[in-house]
Design a protein around this ligand. Structure first.
Ligand SMILES: NC(=O)c1ccc[n+]([C@@H]2O[C@H](COP(=O)([O-])OP(=O)(O)OC[C@H]3O[C@@H](n4cnc5c(N)ncnc54)[C@H](OP(=O)(O)O)[C@@H]3O)[C@@H](O)[C@H]2O)c1
Length: 242
């Protein structure tokens, strides 16, 4: 089972990122785990990953801040000769619209959700051994999200960057993306059982997703070594209907 590959997950201390990190460790990857505020969770996860006989290196950086992002990139490049798999997972998800747009909020979401993944991709391009970058998007990229303008713009930008980078970083680096539907309720928001039922009924596959679906998508993309520039929707078919 041990494959001795190294995977780097941003925003990996909690929720979907933590689930990815744990399951990639179970699948045999050594883990580099980035976090921002979730220090306690990152340290706990490191202990769990080490109990699977995998190594885990944790690093904190504010991805909305370019200096902090570039320092992290430099530190990782000095420590690791190769990173086989990079999951650009960290994101902020705040409501806003063009009408009441706040410059600071727009920059914060564009930096965290788009510019940091772009810089990470640029600096971890491989010139010899194959490696693979997966950008976490959102099924909302197929429509317009009027209530989350900055978030939506950042994910649309990351989608277009995925296509660009797939060409630009080839032949040694593959760049793909996963566009999830609802997997976990947003932080600080709880949907009622009626709302969840409504969302389930609206979904062509008649169920909501869960983080295992994301892990399955990552492992599938890892095995598809002739695939680059692909956006894999993991949303039960929701991108087809709204
Ligand atoms: N949840 C869903 O159902 C869903 C649906 C569609 C798409 N997605 C996408 O899937 C990915 C994971 O979703 P999620 O719900 O698990 O995400 P999340 O909990 O909202 O955020 C993931 C992590 O991003 C990190 N982060 C936020 N701002 C940061 C900053 N300025 N610098 C560095 N790290 C920062 C946080 O790290 P710390 O905790 O360490 O501060 C957080 O734990 C995201 O890209 C999201 O857009 C999720």
């Amino acid at each position: 089972m041990f494959n001795d590959k190294t995977a780097f997950i941003t925003g990996g201390a909690q929720r979907i990122g933590a689930h990815i990190a744990l399951n990639l460790a179970k699948a045999g990857y050594n883990i580099i785990l980035h976090y921002h505020h979730s220090s306690k969770e990152a340290h706990n996860l490191k202990d769990t990953i080490k109990s699977y006989n995998r190594s885990c290196f944790i690093y904190s950086a504010d991805l909305s801040d370019e200096t902090s992002t570039l320092s992290m990139i430099e530190a990782l490049k000095n420590k690791f000769s190769t990173i086989d798999l990079i999951i650009n997972n960290a994101a902020t998800y705040h409501p806003d619209s063009l009408i009441d747009l706040d410059d600071h909020e727009f920059s914060l979401q564009m930096h965290t959700n788009f510019k940091a993944p772009m810089l990470i991709s640029k600096h971890f391009k491989s010139d010899d051994n194959p490696n693979h970058i997966i950008n976490m998007l959102d099924k909302k990229i197929t429509t317009i999200d009027q209530k989350r303008f900055s978030y939506w713009m950042s994910k649309k930008s990351l989608e277009q960057f995925t296509y660009y980078a797939a060409c630009m970083l080839a032949p040694h680096t593959r760049v793909n993306a996963i566009a999830p539907g609802l997997m976990m309720q947003p932080v600080n928001q709880t949907y009622s059982e009626d709302t969840l039922e409504e969302k389930r009924n609206k979904t062509p596959l008649q169920r909501l997703g869960n983080p295992d679906d994301i892990v399955n998508g990552i492992l599938a993309l890892e095995s598809l070594t002739f695939t680059t520039g692909q956006v894999l929707f993991i949303d039960g078919g929701m991108h087809l209907i709204n």
